[in-house]
Design a protein around this ligand. Sequence first.
Ligand code: ATP
Length: 350
Amino acid sequence: MITKEYDLYKKKSDKIKALFKFSEKSVPHFWGLKGIDLKVYAGEAVGLIGINGSGKSTLSNILAGIIPQSTGEMKIDGETSIIAIGAGLKPQLSGKENIRLKCLMSGFTNQEIDDMMDDIQAFADLGDFIDQPVKNYSSGMRSRLGFSIAVHNNPDVLIIDEALSVGDDTFYQKCVERIMKFKSEGKTIFFVSHSLQQIEKLCDKVAWIHYGELREYGDTKEVVTHYKEFIEWFKKQSAADKKKYQDKFKVEQKEFNEENLKIIASERGHDASALKGPAIGKMSVLTKVLLVVMLFSMMLFGYLQLSGRSFTSIITNPSSLFSVNQTHVKEKLALENTQEQKQNNEIYYS
Ligand SMILES: Nc1ncnc2c1ncn2[C@@H]1O[C@H](COP(=O)(O)OP(=O)(O)OP(=O)(O)O)[C@@H](O)[C@H]1O
């Protein structure tokens, strides 16, 4: 049961302050995902649909390992690769440099990258722009480069987040062929798109995400029909009713909490592990205590080093921590005097 809880900090400094607070009650939260359960098999192409802000990109970024989920376990059999407009491309580097960097990060050797370079460049079809910095590319060009790198990295799970909506028709057709080939090889595809036509053409199944919840999951035709009916209904509402509808869901996403999650988990027959987060999730109170103890120890040892005191002297006489170390001061003064005298003697004899 995957959830994503975002902290809505007002300022960047609030985020740093929150690291040292033991209660996060003062920070408003927003649940981008409120418990998504999905079972996807090898060779399936699954479309992710939903209105703006429903949680499609949040889910695809979690699937790709770009952001961690707050709770829930995700089991993916194989390597994932995500294609989102410009995702992971370094704007200062050229197209070629980005190819090398992303392939090295995927574990390819320089020799293997040299062997693949021509194919990746040919698929992206960027001409002389391949040597230009990516910051000069249009969104369509970035998408071509991203798509070409991702498919040549040959992942087991390919996640495409709106990347096909910015390319031209010829490139789109090329991508569709590649996606079909991937499917026939038994690879899994997650496809995020607002184009229901593309979803219907490419996907076997569709997950309709609605304000952080999985509203429906199943056969493409059925789910798309229900989604279209909802869009039709929504369009007919007055502006005030539309806003009321959206606000109601947004408030629910803000007010959602662990208790609600426990109820949902037990309704779905999940055990307690469904409520645990990944190891790199939020810092627990224990982690925060350990962090504070570690920081304090580092500062103490730094101070001992500078003041010339021993750790045992502080333990046996803690009040000496706040007094001046006379022995150390005397030793320092004596050393300075000796050095000064030595310098004077050198001047005198020279
Ligand atoms: N880093 C973040 N901090 C706080 N809220 C976030 C963050 N990222 C996303 N959200 C919120 O989570 C919700 C889901 O966002 P997400 O981008 O996943 O939606 P989406 O379905 O992909 O939308 P779109 O179709 O517009 O791309 C939105 O309400 C968004 O405002």
